[in-house]
Write a protein that binds this ligand. Structure first.
Ligand code: ADP
Ligand code: ADP
Length: 233
């Protein structure tokens, strides 16, 4: 589903090109939960931001369902991006909107559904993430775990095929982390959603991922099924 070919990214700092990612080759299959783990500065965020082309690569290609995202126009890319949902460490919810309106927002932007259909879809998403009773609350009234559930519902609003998770549990305590990870597993199975998650926490990878890539200094230094890469618990 995702093919990264010879992908590299450098940032220009003080007139010099500093490599953040070097010649990454990676295939992620439809329906799998793929983890990327590495220390701070290893290149994880850069990698995830290249997958949805929030960053332009310095070289190489990003294929999503065999479409090369690096060659698309802005308008074409906007359409392709609707296949991708994203959740974040700090949730990135709109504080002046209620839970329901946060979830409705991407549906309104996409402009495919009318008001009644949006309401139905929002109700369905609230149910999926277990927040039906909190529809009319504001983000500030929610716990961290509940906020991330809103983030997940919002990310799924337009039925993406791929969910990108950027340190999505790093701001949560261990127990809340587990419940959010269980929700991700449930969604992965129920919707056959492909999930790519980046984290610095090995437990997160162990709990949910099928395969993992270990990234260090902008390179993949190990990759394989989680049980093989982390032989020793
Ligand atoms: P991680 O997510 O694993 O912490 P990043 O992808 O954020 O790593 O960073 C990888 C490298 O790229 C680091 O050396 C970082 O300093 C550098 N980097 C990331 N973003 C930028 C940027 N916008 N400008 C300059 N350097 C950057
Ligand atoms: P408005 O509230 O003026 O219609 P907003 O942008 O604030 O516009 O609201 C967005 C949409 O969020 C609503 O049209 C509705 O579809 C959805 N929404 C709001 N509250 C709920 C709710 N409790 N359950 C389901 N959908 C809701």
């Amino acid at each position: 589903m995702i093919q990264l070919k010879n992908l590299s990214k450098s940032y220009r700092v003080d007139g010099k090109d500093i490599p953040a990612l070097k010649r990454i080759d990676l295939n992620i299959e439809a329906g799998e939960i793929f983890g990327v783990i590495g220390h701070s500065g290893a290149g994880k965020s850069t990698l995830i931001r290249l997958i949805n082309l929030l960053e332009r690569p310095s070289g190489g290609t990003v294929l999503l369902d065999d479409i090369d995202l690096t060659t698309l126009s802005t308008a074409e890319l906007r359409l392709e991006r609707q296949k991708i949902g994203m959740i974040f460490q700090h949730f990135n919810l709109l504080s002046a909107k209620t839970v329901a309106n946060n979830i409705a927002f991407p549906l309104q932007v996409a402009g495919r559904l009318n008001k009644t259909q949006i309401e139905q879809r929002v109700a369905e998403l609230l149910e999926l993430v277990g927040l039906s009773e909190h529809a009319d609350k504001y983000p500030a009234q929610l716990s961290g775990g509940q906020k991330q559930r809103v983030g997940i519902a919002r990310a799924l609003a337009n039925n993406p095929k791929l969910l990108l998770c950027d340190e999505a549990t790093s701001a949560l305590d261990p127990q809340t982390t587990q419940s959010v990870l269980q929700l991700l597993l449930e969604i992965n199975q129920k919707l056959n959603l492909t999930i790519v998650l980046i984290t610095h926490e090995m437990d997160v990878i162990r709990t949910v991922c099928d395969r993992v890539a270990v990234i260090d200094g902008g390179e993949i230094v190990e990759m394989g099924p989680v049980t093989q890469v982390f032989l020793h618990p």
